[in-house]
Write a protein that binds this ligand. Structure first.
Ligand code: C2E
Ligand code: CA
Ligand code: CA
Ligand code: CA
Length: 276
């Protein structure tokens, strides 16, 4: 046994090295990246119907030391599965806040800042405290915070979730339904929760120029939104013709590659904010 101890220690050491190195599981790799603060915000501008900047959506990127910039589709599903999405979003909000504090004086009034959240954020009250801290830090600036929720995972309409929605509403946080129309719960979200904004999924905007189902669906979402007094954002606007249609339909806000891709903060400032 005296001989076995150093051998065991060596084996354990090798095992630990293997797990934390390149051969580590994707989950451990996420944990490492979280500690190293490798998740960073990109910003995509949101324009009003006059084509003027009125906000941005924060989209996460993973600045990986070896693999370069990784798009969220490659890591968000796992992050949601293992719960890391909550601390990752917290870091994203902190970095977004740092940026906003630097540029607040150059933003148009009523600027909307949208953050993507998932069902896990509604498991406890932390999200309310985080949003409150975010808004308190920006007090005195005319900036609104929007939480974007997708339908991929359905939220329960249980008492706790509803009370979190109420608390968010009370501190002035706006709620947007993302990718509207693609899930199976779009309408039941509108029925259960207080929703401020609907984001029309880009698959419908794609077909908006031709007569056909996409256009009919958009017209119906428009009608519903007007009656419910919910604001609309057209997502994935890529061409001048789509901009024209969105304008003709009098959709409040638009976002898409026609205006800009998601940009690193410095580039966002450079292209969209008045230069100092
Ligand atoms: P999303 O929230 O629907 O974000 C819009 C996605 O569409 C972004 O992809 C954006 O780059 C892309 N996009 C914007 N305009 C256009 C366009 O005109 N044409 C086309 N083809 N695409 C456009 P991205 O950044 O790769 O994000 C993909 C998804 O990952 C997001 O979809 C969102 O569901 C998720 N995601 C991104 N960041 C976060 C985050 O911080 N937290 C959570 N929970 N999810 C996130
Ligand atoms: Ca979104
Ligand atoms: Ca509200
Ligand atoms: Ca979307």
């Amino acid at each position: 046994t005296l001989l076995a101890t150093p051998v065991l220690a060596l084996l354990l050491g090798l095992l630990t090295f293997h797990l934390s190195g390149r051969g580590g599981s994707p989950r451990r790799e996420l944990a490492r990246a979280l500690a190293a603060r490798e998740f960073i915000p990109y910003m995509q501008p949101v324009m009003n119907s006059q084509g003027a900047l009125c906000g941005f959506e924060v989209l996460m990127r993973w600045r990986h030391p070896e693999q370069g910039m990784i798009a969220p589709g490659n890591f968000i599903p796992l992050a949601e599965e293992c719960g890391y999405i909550v601390p990752m979003t917290r870091q994203l909000m902190e970095q977004t806040l740092d940026y906003l504090l630097k540029v607040a004086d150059r933003l148009p009034p009523g600027f909307h800042v949208a953050i993507n959240v998932c069902a896990q954020h509604f498991k406890n009250e932390d999200i309310v405290a985080e949003c409150r801290a975010f808004l308190t830090a920006l007090a005195g600036h005319d900036i609104r915070l929007v939480l974007e929720l997708t339908e991929r995972e359905m939220l329960d309409g249980d008492a706790r979730t509803l009370s979190i929605f109420d608390a968010l509403d009370e501190i002035g946080v706006l709620v947007a339904i993302d990718d509207f129309g693609t899930g199976h719960s779009s309408l039941s979200y509108l029925q259960k929760f207080h929703v401020d904004i609907i984001k029309i999924d880009r698959s419908f905007i794609k077909g908006i120029q031709e007569e056909g189902p996409s256009r009919l669906i958009v017209e119906n979402i428009l009608d519903l939104a007007r009656r419910m007094e919910v604001a609309l954002v057209a997502e994935g606007v890529e061409t001048a013709a789509q901009v024209e249609m969105v304008r003709r339909y009098d959709i409040d806000f638009q976002q898409g590659f026609y205006f800009a891709k998601p940009l690193p903060p410095a580039e966002f400032s450079q292209h969209f904010l008045p230069q100092t």
